[in-house]
Structure formats: structure tokens, C-alpha cells
Design a protein around this ligand. Structure first.
Ligand SMILES: *Cc1c(COP(=O)(O)O)cnc(C)c1O
Length: 222
């Protein structure tokens, strides 16, 4: 099933859109199955779960971290994580820098932007991210590389609202690119879209979709 699901999703994705298979709460066997179907990029949202899976699964997997990240947990994944989607504070950036330095790596991150109507989502508001970038301290963190933005739309059936929120993120991406990253070709990713809204996201500027349940089925939360 996993193989067929992946094929089905890939068939609907525009070329050049990266598919991150969100494997949180699914066992290593399910990831292995997706791996055997050619998938190499996986997203996890809990540090301990990520670390345990990384140990037992093939070494050429690219692990993305997509969940809310506490500063005291960065050290566990710093040696191997390939992209952190959920960089949502300068304090966290400072810690990622410190841990990157310790293991001799430059860690790629996305700035998580809050565009949804929901209160509970983490991330910088558009105003906050501009302020943070203007202030300039981030430039001192040589072991962190900002490669784009991540955003989540409101969990709603209102497709117009979802599209509008993705447009806000897309416009912000263009503005930040011009104002702060014009000379940084690596600033090119816009991570938007999940199982329920990736088709909308890819029409509104997404370069990277994070799809879980459409690949692996429903998650069972303990
Ligand atoms: C769980 C999760 C996803 C995947 O959600 P699905 O609806 O299962 O596709 C994507 N992004 C983030 C940040 C998540 O936490």
C-alpha cells in the first residue's frame, strides 16, 4: 500500500517539488517499505523517535525535523539532521548554531512562519520575522544556514482560506528573498502543504510538501 500511495502522490506532484514523507508515529518497518519504493526524504516531529529510527534505518536517508523543537533537544539530532523546518526563535537558532559548531556542520533550517488563524501554531508572524532579520544577529550564526520558509495553513475545509494563507507565505518569501537573501541562492525553499492541502499548496508557490497520512495511513497516538 505504501508503495502505491507514494506513486499516486508523486503522479499528482509538479516536477521539482520535494516530497517529504512524514513518518511520525509509524514504525521503522513502514519507513523501510517507503525507502524500498525509492523514497529518501522523511520527516519526523519528535526528537527521541527520530533518533531511534535514524539508528536502525539506511544511512542515506535524509531526515527532516518538522515538529516543535525545544532547545535542549537540538544536540541529539545535530550530527545527522538534514533540514529543520521549525526554526521559530532566535534562541533556538543560537542553540542550533552551537550544536552545529560542535559537530563541524552547517545545519540547514527553514524559518517557520505563522500564517494560520489558529492560536496554537508556533512560528514567527510576518512582522516578527522581518524584525528579526533586520536586527541582524542571525548573521553571526555561521553554523546555521537559512534556506527558506515553512508554513502551515489553518486546518479547515475552506479551500479559499487555505489558498489565501499560502499566498501570504509565498509573498513573504518573495519579500524576504529580495530584502535579505538576494545574494543567497540557497534561500529557495517554501515548505507548505500536508495530506489535506498539498494540491493547493503546490499551486501557491510551495517547493516542498510534507505528506504523512496519505502515504502511511492514519497515525495511532498512544
Ligand atoms: C504531521 C505533520 C504533517 C503531515 O500531516 P498529514 O496530514 O498526515 O499529511 C506535516 N507537517 C507537519 C508540521 C506535521 O506535524
Amino acid at each position: 500500500m505504501i508503495k502505491e500511495n507514494l506513486q499516486q502522490i508523486r503522479a499528482t506532484l509538479k516536477p521539482n517539488i520535494e516530497l517529504v514523507a512524514v513518518s511520525k508515529f509509524h514504525p521503522a518497518e513502514a519507513i523501510q517499505e517507503a525507502y524500498e519504493a525509492g523514497q529518501r526524504v522523511f520527516g519526523e516531529s519528535h526528537v527521541q523517535e527520530l533518533v531511534e529510527k535514524e539508528k536502525v534505518l539506511p544511512k542515506d536517508i535524509e531526515w527532516h525535523f518538522i515538529g516543535h523543537l525545544q532547545t535542549n533537544k537540538v544536540k541529539y539530532m545535530a550530527p545527522f539532521v538534514s533540514l529543520i523546518h521549525s526554526m521559530d526563535s532566535l534562541k533556538l537558532m543560537k542553540e542550533i548554531d552551537k550544536q552545529g559548531q560542535k559537530c563541524g556542520r552547517v545545519i540547514d533550517v527553514l524559518l517557520q512562519i505563522h500564517v494560520a488563524k489558529e492560536e496554537t501554531k508556533f512560528g514567527f508572524t510576518p512582522e516578527e520575522v522581518v524584525e528579526m532579520l533586520q536586527e541582524g544577529e542571525w548573521k553571526n550564526y555561521a553554523h546555521v544556514r537559512i534556506v527558506g520558509l515553512m508554513a502551515m495553513a489553518t486546518n479547515t475545509d475552506d479551500e479559499e482560506q487555505i489558498a489565501q494563507e499560502f499566498d501570504v507565505a509565498h509573498q513573504l518569501f518573495d519579500t524576504l528573498k529580495a530584502d535579505f537573501f538576494a545574494d543567497k541562492p540557497e534561500f529557495k525553499e517554501l515548505s507548505m502543504g500536508m495530506s489535506g492541502d498539498y494540491l493547493i499548496a503546490q499551486e501557491h508557490g510551495s517547493t516542498m510538501v510534507r505528506v504523512g497520512s496519505m502515504i502511511f495511513g492514519e497515525r495511532i497516538y498512544q
